[in-house]
Design a protein around this ligand. Structure first.
Ligand code: AMP
Ligand code: MN
Ligand code: MN
Length: 320
């Protein structure tokens, strides 16, 4: 992929963004590319803008110069869209893309629409960070770049657990480890540690969860009222759907977060045979076979009933 680095060489102003509601892979990939360009192309003007920096990742990137929000993002001739399957998921940054000469997309979503000028998309890859690693010169990766890439890989592979984890994922992790990454600290602080409010929300969601379709589906939700009651932010909802997913005997976990009047952000996870990306894509969202999301309108029970019909169809198709 020499072409990408030729574009970097030729660019005057480089902009880097990921998707809205940034997760660890989004943050890790954006920060890794930003630090790599800053270190290896010091004469280039480069900016990284995230919608916001989630608190649990911030300590890894103190003093690196990332920006939160897109209001002050300068126009750029070269734009990198990372870990993002479609233009809409870039949020307000989509405006900057329109004005850029070239947009390069580095991603791993199966639902990727190929919206950029250059698309490097590998749906079999554990993470966008892994896709990015393959484009970098290993010798030019220092400890800070390796730390960002490691964050992206551990977060999106569920700490090397999901099917997307390959031999290559492990090899890359090993290479990054040798660059001096504090691997146990990253797992502990960014994956295992929970705030008190996070634990309270998790408890509430589990208590109120429903087992549906003969126990093959587990579902629960958080309302805006609950968010206010516990003083929670959307960051406090991290990891809840994963906890629902590990319920013995279930195939699909559904978690709904009320974001407006009769409007829910839907998160879905599956274990073996239901393709949740197909369902999320049908409702205007996307993601991966085993982890996907979308936004839906209606009451909690209406949305659940709609999703259950789709899941049931897939389960019935399988037993044909
Ligand atoms: P989440 O449930 O928010 O953790 O998302 C799971 C996966 O689905 C992630 O890879 C997201 O990038 C993707 N995803 C979530 N919501 C959407 C959406 N509205 N549109 C497209 N992809 C989404
Ligand atoms: Mn992501
Ligand atoms: Mn990702």
């Amino acid at each position: 992929m020499k072409e990408i680095w030729e574009k970097v060489e030729a660019a005057h102003q480089i902009g880097i963004c990921g998707h809205v509601r940034p997760d660890g892979d989004c943050v890790g990939t954006c920060m890794a590319l930003y630090l790599y360009v800053k270190k290896n192309y010091p004469q280039k003007a480069v900016n990284v803008h995230l919608e916001y920096m989630p608190e649990r990742f911030a300590y890894l990137f103190d003093g690196t110069g990332y920006q939160e929000g897109f209001e002050n993002m300068p126009e750029c001739d070269l734009f990198f869209s990372l870990d993002t399957g479609d233009l809409e998921r870039l949020g307000a940054a989509a405006k900057i893309v329109e004005k850029a000469d070239t947009c390069i997309c580095i991603d791993h979503h199966i639902s990727n629409t190929g919206f950029a000028d250059i698309n490097v998309v590998d749906p079999d890859s554990s993470s966008a960070s892994q896709v990015l690693f393959e484009l970098l010169d290993e010798k030019k990766i220092d400890k800070s770049i390796a730390t960002a890439l490691y964050l992206g890989i551990v977060q999106d592979s569920g700490c090397f657990q999901y099917d997307s984890t390959s031999r290559r994922t492990m090899e890359i992790a090993g290479i990054l480890m040798e660059k001096g990454v504090n691997t146990s600290n990253i797992v502990d602080r960014t994956m295992k540690q929970k705030t008190y409010v996070q634990n309270q929300m998790l408890g509430r969601v589990l208590l109120e969860s429903l087992l549906l379709l003969d126990g093959q589906v587990i579902a629960s939700r958080i309302t805006q009222g609950m968010m206010e009651f516990y003083g929670a932010t959307k960051e406090d909802l991290e990891g809840i759907v994963e906890q629902l997913r590990v319920t013995q005997g279930t195939e699909v976990a559904i978690f709904l977060h009320e974001v407006g009047v009769l409007e829910y952000k839907v998160s879905m996870r599956s274990k073996e045979y239901v393709d949740v990306s197909k369902i999320a894509s049908h409702f205007g969202g996307g993601g991966h076979v085993r982890a996907a999301g979308c936004t839906m309108s209606g009451t909690y029970h209406d949305i659940l009933n709609t999703l259950l019909e789709w899941i049931d169809l897939q389960i019935k198709d399988r037993s044909k």
